[in-house]
Design a protein around this ligand. Structure first.
Ligand SMILES: [Zn+2]
Length: 162
């Protein structure tokens, strides 16, 4: 038993000695540096996980696949949260006497005719949907209500939400 422990300890010592960590330039890394490297990798992974989540969410919302189980549950949760955020943004715009650009979601002055961020024309009142077959005069920027809310927009506006 004692002999085995001795060889185990020796083996551990040797493996530690032969597995010294070095960075890309061959510089020896202290445990602090290794911990920092791990933390850095984990931060990058978190970003990738978030990106993965946003991609899956978008694909689900665009109908590129039909999520089920846990993915469906998470998609629904995010959709509901986005709706809550959208409602808060409307409240915020009201408090600030502003409107929200229906194209990009930017906060704009109530008098604004065009959105200063995306250039979309701001309808004076919410226009009724055109009847089928009815041709509308072409405008420079089509108002796309469906695209008014995207994750990127919320990332841009997060400062305004707090
Ligand atoms: Zn806009």
């Amino acid at each position: 038993m004692a002999e085995n422990n001795f060889f185990d300890a020796l083996g551990e010592k040797l493996s530690k000695a032969t597995h010294t960590a070095v960075d890309k330039t061959g510089v020896f890394l202290s445990s602090t540096r290794i911990s920092a490297q791990i933390a850095g990798e984990q931060r990058e992974m978190e970003k990738l996980y978030q990106k993965l989540g946003e991609t899956v969410y978008r694909m689900a919302e665009e109908g590129q696949f039909t999520p089920d189980g846990e993915v469906a549950r998470l998609v629904l949760k995010i959709r509901n949260r986005l709706q809550v955020v959208q409602n808060y943004r409307k409240d915020l715009a009201g408090v600030k006497n502003q409107n929200i650009c229906p194209h990009c979601g930017n906060f704009i002055d109530q008098q604004a005719v065009y959105c200063p961020k995306c250039g979309a024309e701001i309808p004076v009142t919410v226009p009724a949907k055109p009847k089928p077959g009815e041709k509308k005069a072409p405008v420079d920027a089509e108002i796309e209500i469906e695209e008014a809310v995207s994750l990127d927009d919320f990332a841009d506006e997060q400062g305004d939400l707090t």
